[in-house]
Write a protein that binds this ligand. Structure first.
Ligand SMILES: CC(C)(COP(=O)(O)OP(=O)(O)OC[C@H]1O[C@@H](n2cnc3c(N)ncnc32)[C@H](O)[C@@H]1OP(=O)(O)O)[C@@H](O)C(=O)NCCC(=O)NCCS
Length: 201
């Protein structure tokens, strides 16, 4: 049985919700039946966040179909146990998702493969809640090594968000986009999943 909650995360969420600055998202594990929902969230997020980074032709004409193929495969019944996709829902509607792979890299630890909130829900605490839930999932399965992800250099908003969440930009590298472009990016790292559910001043 995996718990996606921590006592601390719950208190922070309640406080922000009471202050009117945050939405209390319901976070659950995605299943194969959610594949098209996740694909749609991913496409809509990319079409906003990656406009100008990926081509309009790719974002508008190719990404919708390609994301469906990708998530149908990734969320198939034989998904490896070390990967989890978590959905953030509000009033029964999916608003964002995160994909995490436990202990993916010997040095850098567990990998956050995707984190997206729909554009009209940014700044409502969903990104934080998904990261905390992914960290709780890692802790629950004993994956206590560092946590990392790659963020594209032009994605200034996401870089600011990860800094706010306590990540360190450990190194730079060129990242391949699905349409074969190379874009500079930063590897963002947390010492452990516990660092993601600890207070950030
Ligand atoms: C990046 C993203 C997941 C953040 O999620 P979010 O729900 O908007 O962020 P939250 O509301 O949880 O913000 C948590 C904290 O980060 C801060 N933050 C969020 N976005 C920020 C930004 N663009 N600039 C500065 N601070 C930011 C918030 O102010 C909040 O700070 P607080 O603790 O003082 O309240 C979301 O904006 C998104 O989906 N962006 C598009 C897709 C994307 O770029 N994903 C990352 C790919 S690597």
């Amino acid at each position: 049985m995996v718990t996606l909650e921590t006592p601390y995360a719950h208190r922070v969420r309640r406080f922000r919700f009471a202050m009117g600055t945050s939405t209390d998202f319901y976070i659950r594990l995605a299943t194969p039946a959610d594949a098209l929902t996740v694909a749609d969230l991913h496409t809509r997020s990319w079409q906003t966040a990656y406009r100008g980074i990926m081509s309009d032709a790719y974002l508008d004409q190719i990404a919708p179909t390609e994301r469906r193929e990708v998530w149908s495969r990734k969320l198939s019944a034989d998904t490896p146990a070390e990967r989890a996709v978590l959905l953030a829902e509000y009033e029964g509607c999916a608003q964002g998702f995160i994909c995490v792979v436990a202990d993916q890299d010997r040095r850098w630890g567990s990998f956050i493969d995707n984190l997206h909130m729909v554009p009209d829900r940014h700044g409502r605490g969903g990104g934080r809640q998904l990261l905390e839930a992914a960290a709780a999932w890692l802790i629950a399965r004993g994956a206590l090594r560092p946590v990392y992800l790659w963020v594209l250099e032009p994605n200034a908003g996401a870089r600011a968000f990860y800094r706010r969440m306590g990540a360190v930009e450990a190194e730079t590298g060129l990242r391949d986009t699905p349409e074969g472009l190379k874009v500079p990016g930063f590897r963002c790292v947390w010492d452990s999943p516990q660092a993601l559910v600890a207070p950030v001043s």
